[in-house]
Ligand binder design. Structure first.
Ligand code: PEP
Ligand code: MG
Length: 589
């Protein structure tokens, strides 16, 4: 009945960028970033006792909340993960901090928020600067608990935004990849953000979680209020506030049509991904979490072409150990036998931050200390992961891939560390597969331009077009203001892909594409014509890409690539690709 009332309000449309397909309709839930600055004021002598009481109550409340969260997580994912909250409990019980806060309130007659922020801030700073991973992690614990205590002191509702206990369309200024990884699929029908872009990891996560999403909506988090009725169109990048009965009817029809196409595509599951003139393309899926495997199996993909492993790292306070990673990789690998799983080693950095590692804040995080650069320096972290991957290889078909390779030297160094891990495992009598293919991601222009030098050191290349485009055109993949420059069909990108494929084939290795380009059916004729052997995409795109490949003769794709050699504009190259796609599978566009 409430919803009926909302429909009578005037409809308002917000246009953004569609990043994850699907339609969501429901009540909006606005998530606002927390107030970070603590209020600061003096209190009178006679108010000190009440202030101390406020502090005591806030600590008690915080302790109960942590215990409640601990038992909930322990029920759903197991006690080892819930163990991270033990450290949080220690913080609320830390006598050194509590005593100092009490002393300072009495001495300086300041409000508790100001004192608590000052005392904990000092601890966080000191611990964060110490060159000891354990102590640095404690700084993160204190920071997290401190925010919780502050919210309790402020009397604001301390509800985690991921815990809104009813179905809603989440609207926020921004979401980080780790926020997105925590979204509760049961309640979040879709999400919309003011900022963002198509190839951000937040967008990639949304597709992987199958949550319809629209980004780059400018001020939607200000224009819509919690409780407003909205419809989110993840196909066309629209959010509609107070949709009219006609709009709702239109979307019901659209959903029914999409449902029919989806059903048709599902029938392709067991069929081979092959062009009518006989070119087999390995079509695999990208995953972010072990939980994605059933969806991969269901999509008809031939294994996993990119397992992004950083999501083990970003939502926790401590580093995942070898056993935990081994169990996770093993479970994925076993379920996909005999198909292969390409495990990409840790690609932290850029927009994927693990707070407890306390990585330095950088001016240019995408050009900074990330991925293989980090791993080659933090050999302890790298080896833990490599050992876990190697051990998982005893249970199925595993391949290893290094991200952010800029030149051959990094591959050699990484391979030497991999060899050390093999020797250690042999000595320890731990089994692993002797023959494992090792590949390099080609996503930095310098790697593409020296692909012929890297090829002899690896068994395959996987082209990461998301970053390759970002770095080649110097266009931040997260920045919506320059999104118009982010063009996969820029002649430079087409040339670089061709160069990588030719260099790889000359050295008899296979070449895949695992960036978002691989899932865009408009670009399938281009990638086939350029000679790639494998396409790896989000599982939701797998059936569509398969249908596209099955509809295209390789000869048509080769002709297209020949034609575009003389085209200088990205838009015109895109149009030429689209013309082919429209001719052979217009219904998919
Ligand atoms: C890429 O850069 O294309 C890629 C697949 O890696 P990521 O999106 O994780 O950076
Ligand atoms: Mg990348």
């Amino acid at each position: 009945m409430e919803v009926q009332g909302e429909i009578l309000k005037p409809e308002r449309r917000f246009q953004g960028v569609a990043v994850s397909p699907g339609i969501a309709r429901g009540l909006a839930w606005i998530h606002r970033a927390e107030e970070e600055t603590a209020p600061h004021y003096h209190i009178r002598e006679e108010e000190v006792a009440a202030e101390l009481r406020r502090f005591e109550v806030a600590l008690l409340k915080t302790r109960l909340q942590i215990q409640e969260m601990q038992s909930r997580i322990s029920d759903s994912v197991g006690s080892s993960d819930a163990g991270i909250f033990d450290a949080h409990l220690l913080v609320v019980e830390d006598r050194t901090v509590i005593d100092e806060v009490v002393r300072t309130i009495k001495r300086d007659r300041l409000n508790v928020e100001a004192v608590f922020a000052q005392v904990t801030g000092r601890y966080i700073k000191v611990l964060g600067e110490i060159d000891d991973p354990y102590l640095r992690e404690r700084a993160v614990d204190i920071h997290d608990v401190c925010r919780r205590v502050m919210r309790n002191l402020s009397g604001k509702e301390n509800r985690e935004w991921t815990e809104a206990g009813e179905s809603h369309v989440l609207i926020s200024h921004n979401l980080t990849p780790s926020d997105t990884a925590q979204l509760n699929r049961r309640f979040v029908l879709g999400f919309a953000t003011d900022v963002g872009s198509k190839t951000s990891h937040t967008a990639i996560m949304a597709r992987s979680l199958n949550i319809p999403a629209v980004v780059a909506l400018h001020d939607i988090s200000e224009d819509v209020a919690s409780g407003d009725f909205v419809l989110l169109d993840g196909y066309n990048g629209l959010v509609i506030l107070n949709p009219s009965p006609e709009t709702l009817q239109h979307y019901s029809v659209l959903e029914a049509q999409k449902g029919e196409i989806e059903q048709e595509l599902r029938a392709l599951r067991e069929t081979e991904c092959k062009t009518p003139d006989g070119r087999h393309i390995t079509l695999s899926a990208n995953i972010e979490m072990p939980d994605d495997v059933p969806l991969v199996l269901n999509s008809g993909a031939e294994g996993v072409g990119l397992f992004r492993t950083e999501f083990f790292y970003i939502n926790r306070l401590d580093l995942p150990d070898e056993e935990l990673q081994y169990a996770a990789y093993r479970s994925v690998v076993e379920k996909l036998v005999p198909d292969s799983v390409i495990v990409r080693t840790l690609d932290l950095g850029g927009d994927k931050i693990m707070s407890s590692l306390n990585l330095p804040t950088e001016m240019n995080p995408f050009l900074g200390w990330r991925a293989i650069r980090f791993c080659l320096e933090r050999v302890d972290v790298f080896k833990t992961q490599l050992r876990a991957i190697l051990r998982a290889s005893a249970h199925g078909n595993v391949r290893i891939m290094y991200p952010m390779i800029s030149g051959v030297d990094e591959v050699r160094r990484a391979n030497a560390i991999l060899e050390e891990c093999r020797q250690e495992l042999r000595r320890e009598g731990k089994p692993f597969a002797e023959k494992i293919e090792v590949g390099a991601m080609i996503e930095i222009p310098s790697a593409a331009l020296s692909a012929d030098l890297i090829a002899p050191e690896v068994d395959f290349f996987s082209i990461g077009t998301n970053d390759l485009i970002q770095y080649s055109i110097a266009v931040d993949r997260l920045n919506e203001h320059i999104a118009y420059l982010y063009e996969p069909t820029h002649p430079a990108i087409v040339r670089l892909i061709r160069m990588v494929v030719d260099a790889g084939h000359a050295h008899k290795i296979w070449i895949g594409v695992c960036g978002e380009m691989a899932g865009d059916v408009v670009l399938t004729p281009l990638l086939l014509g350029l000679g790639v052997d494998e396409l790896s995409t989000g599982f939701a795109h797998v059936p569509r890409v398969k249908r596209a490949v099955q509809s295209l003769n390789l000869s048509v794709c080769l002709k297209l690539v020949d034609e575009i050699k003389n085209i200088d504009s990205p838009t015109a190259i895109y149009a030429a690709c689209e013309k082919v796609a429209r001719e052979y599978y217009a219904d998919l566009l």
